[in-house]
Design a protein around this ligand. Sequence first.
Ligand code: NAD
Length: 291
Amino acid sequence: MATIAFIGLGNMGLPMAGNLAKAGHEVTGFDLSEAAVEAAGAAGLATAQSLADAIGAAEVVITMLPAGKHVLSVWSNLVEMVPAGALLLDCSTIDVESARKAHQMAEEHGFSSIDAPVSGGTLGAAAATLTFMAGGSKEAFDRALPFLEAMGRRIVHCGEAGAGQAAKICNNMILGISMIGVCEAFALAEKLGLSHQALFDVASTASGQCWSLTSYCPVPGPVPNSPANRDYAPGFAAALMLKDLKLSQEAALASGAATPLGAEAAQLYALFEKQGHGARDFSAIIEMLRG
Ligand code: NAD
């Protein structure tokens, strides 16, 4: 069992840290927000009042933070504090460039590191069923695996530094585009007098089949547990989809990839957020697309 410092005890970090503790690891959590530290304490997690105290003698440090700037700021401090030989994992969703900078910082200080963003949301974090997309050396991945397995169900080694973040934003760009496509098809079906169920029964087993339709149908009825059946309570908030689409567009610009549908999806989600719907599930965009 390992001594782990877990930094960032928000909606995702707290349940993930809890699952590591349940697996028998000695976990100490830290967050800048006092409320998050208190909630972690109330949930039975050992907490610290500073980054340095959380790190102590940690063999593994995990960060779960909002964006690249937070990760780089925390990592620039922690590489000065962590005991020699420790393994550093970042599970936040951040831009590929920052992820690579974080790896470089770790390497310059002699630490192994992994970028391991997740999909599966807060329910997956609580149930330890997350999917992890990992980037880094094979040696670092092998060391990280038992810790990722305590928090998730599917762990994929995607390649070298930054490859986990690259996989995450490419996947979510597909998801954003496909959700808009499915929403447009349902909105057109409504105008044509075709029932939701009839479109679902055909498309879910025909060439229009995709996860946004079969697992996350954006209209109530055909998939009883999709957010559409609970007035679009998330699920996966539209603001988080927008964040990931923006990351895909930054990466497309930096790498020279043409992603016109990704750009259009980012614009539509930006408009949806501007209209005050950022906290709703991302499938609620069907309401805006109906016009
Ligand atoms: P959150 O805002 O609930 O939690 C982030 C936490 O980081 C906050 O408690 C904040 O106080 C803390 N923090 C910020 N700067 C810090 C610092 N310098 N030191 C210590 N703590 C600091 O966010 P979340 O929903 O837990 O998401 C975390 C990451 O996971 C994000 O990158 C997000 O994109 C990604 N993600 C979230 C979901 C989801 O469904 N919520 C799903 C997949 C991926």
